[in-house]
Design a protein around this ligand. Sequence first.
Ligand code: PLP
Length: 373
Amino acid sequence: MHFETLAVHAGGEPDAATGAIAPPIHMATTFRHGPAGERVAGFEYVREGNPTQERLEIALAALEQGAAALAFGSGMAAIAALLESLPAGATLLIPSDCYTGLRVLATEFLPRCSILVQRVDTTDLEAVEAAFAAGAAAIWLETPSNPLLQVTDIAAVVDSARRHDARVFCDNTFATPVLQQPLALGADVVMHSTTKYFGGHSDVMGGALVFARRDAGFEQVAHRRHVTGGVLAPFNAWLTLRGLRSLPARMHWHCANARSIAEFLERHPRIASVNYPGLVSHAGHAVAQRQMRDFGAMLSFRVAGGRAAALAVAGRLKLIHNATSLGGCETLIEHRASVEGPNPVSPQDLLRLSVGLEHRDDLIADISQALDG
Ligand code: PLP
C-alpha cells in the first residue's frame, strides 16, 4: 500500500457500534471490568490507555513501519520516558546540535538518574565510532537537526552501534515518516513531537515513540508512562489522528515552498549562509538525498550584519509571524538564540524558518521586503 493511502486509513476502521467514518472520541477515564478486575474490552484506566489513543498508536506504528507506538502528552514527555528508562550508569550520546529541550534534559535531569551524557558530532562517524568503542550504550540522533539542519547518516550510525551492542534513538520530527523512516534504516526507536507536522495546525500538543520491536525495552517505557502519567489526552489523540490523514499531502507542499525559499535566500546578498539539506551546497546534501524522499520544510539562515541585522529582518516581516514551534500551516520565524534560555548556543545572526502552506510567491515577497529594509 502506498504511504498516502496508509496515512488516510491507518487506525481508521469505521466505528463498530455506529459505522461512523470519523473515529469517536472516548473521553472516559475508566472502563467497566469484572469483579476480580477482568477486562471487558481491553481497557481499564485512561492513564494506561484508551480507544482513541490506541487508534493513533496503531496509525503511528504503521507510518513509521514499527511494531508498536506509545503516545505522550508532549514530545518532551516522550523523550524523558525513553531516556529515563536507560539503566543507571549508562552513557548516552547526544548530538552537538539538537533541540534545546533535549540539551537541558540531558544536562540537568538525566545525570540525576545516574545517566551519563556525552555530546558528539553525530555527522562525524569516526567520533561516533570512538564514543561507542569507549562504552556508550545509546545514541540520540536528530536529523535534520534543530536549528542548524545538520544531517546524520542513520544507516552508518546504526552499523557502528550494532558492532558495539548500542541502541539508536532518532528524533524524526523535522522529516516525518513521509520523508524519512529511521526504523527501516535500522534505528531502534523513533521519536516525534506530534505537536509539529502530525498535528499540523498549531493547535494540539503531543509526542510519540515508535519501537522497531515490541520487546522488553518497549514494555519498560510503557510501564513508565503508565506509572508517571505522561499520557496523551483523548481529545489531543483525536486531533492528532485527524491531522495525520493529510500529512503526506501537506509535506509535499511544505517541501516545495521551502526549496524555493532556500534557493531565493542563497542568492540574496544580505544572507551570509543558508542551512537547508536540499541545497547542493549543504554539507549533508548527499546523505539527505540517500535517506530522505525530500528535504523538509525547516531551514535556517545567517544574516550578514550579525544579531542586530537578524532581529531587524525578523521585525520587518508582515505575513510571516515571529513565533516558536514549527510544522503548522502558517510560516513562522524565530531568532533561536533569544529563546534558548540562559545559555543560548545558536549563532546570534541565525534565524530559523518553519515554512508553511501559503503560496511561495507571497512568502518570498515578504522575506524580500524584510531583507531589503
Ligand atoms: N524535538 C524537536 C526537534 C523539537 O523541535 C521539539 C519542540 O520544538 C521537541 C522535540 C519537543 O516537542 P514538544 O514541544 O512537543 O514537547
